[in-house]
Design a protein around this ligand. Structure first.
Ligand SMILES: NC(=O)C1=CN([C@@H]2O[C@H](COP(=O)(O)OP(=O)(O)OC[C@H]3O[C@@H](n4cnc5c(N)ncnc54)[C@H](OP(=O)(O)O)[C@@H]3O)[C@@H](O)[C@H]2O)C=CC1
Ligand SMILES: O=C(O)C1=N[C@H](C(=O)O)C[C@H](O)C1
Length: 233
């Protein structure tokens, strides 16, 4: 008997650091990777039609390709960051095409749970008053965007909870996979909450989980963190 993952076909868009890690996770889980490409617009439509695309490309490539991704694939999982200023255009393209989109600035389960904690702390400290929020994100020197997508998402959660925009600082050094610290500075004390990725594996595992979740899902736009937190509560 076939199970859901045995029928799943994946196309990897962006065969860089993350694309290669996704390929490894797919192999570990016995999920078929039918193509990997650094030029997703050139991919054969017939290959794309039955496949879920996992996109870890570049901010510029995703900005150029999102409409094509929405048109071509059965569903798309986007990990690429650096496009949130055009979120409404991207969402409209997927809605119009009737293609499912699952997106996340950070596909790790650790950051997903941390985000729920940041929302709660922000809401409570916002009500208490007297605290100044800040975010520090540290990444490898190859990263193209700053602040990180995760820092932007966390800043949005702090703003929603406290009504205050946090100060955000970005550090680029060495080969750091990703460290995000959210701090709340008061007159008498400080709360800090930090996530450190030890490698890219957790991001890739989350993206592959998202691809499996597209099966049987009503067409729509989904944020991975919201889907997971709902399931965990
Ligand atoms: N949401 C999450 O959990 C995570 C998100 N990210 C994000 O994912 C993205 C990729 O990160 P990373 O793998 O480290 O970056 P890399 O630079 O290692 O990989 C990006 C790849 O995309 C390729 N590419 C360029 N143009 C296209 C195109 N038109 N179609 C498809 N692929 C293309 C590049 O090819 P070439 O080199 O030939 O130009 C390169 O191989 C970044 O935006 C990063 O912030 C990263 C980790 C986790
Ligand atoms: O570029 C990266 O490497 C990462 N990018 C994502 C981001 O911009 O938040 C997620 C993770 O921190 C790694």
């Amino acid at each position: 008997m076939e199970n859901a993952t045995s029928t799943l076909k994946i196309v990897i868009s962006g065969y860089g650091k993350m694309g290669k890690m996704v390929e490894q996770v797919l192999a570990q889980q016995g999920i078929a990777c039918v193509a990997k490409t650094c030029d997703v617009a050139a991919l054969d439509d017939a290959v794309a039609r039955d496949a879920v695309c996992i996109d870890f490309s570049t901010p510029a490539a995703f900005r150029a390709n999102y409409a094509e991704l929405a048109r071509k694939f059965k569903a798309v999982v986007v990990g690429t960051t650096g496009w949130y200023d055009i979120k409404q255009d991207v969402f409209a393209a997927f809605k119009q095409a009737g293609t499912t989109l699952i997106w996340a600035s950070n596909f790790s389960i650790g950051v997903t749970v941390m985000s729920a904690a940041v929302s709660l702390i922000s809401r409570l400290l916002g009500a208490a008053g007297g605290y100044s929020p800040y975010i520090v994100e540290k990444h490898h020197i190859h990263k193209l965007d700053a602040p990180s997508g995760t820092a932007k998402t966390l800043a949005g959660l702090v703003q929603a909870g406290m009504g205050v925009e946090p100060a955000v600082a970005s550090v680029r050094v060495g080969e750091i996979a990703g460290i995000h610290t959210v701090g709340f500075e008061g007159a008498c004390d400080r709360i800090t909450i930090e996530h450190e990725a030890f490698s890219r594996q957790g991001f890739a595992q989350g993206a592959v989980l998202a691809a499996t979740m597209t099966q049987g899902l009503a067409a729509g736009i989904y944020e991975f963190q919201e889907m997971i937190v709902k399931n965990l509560q």
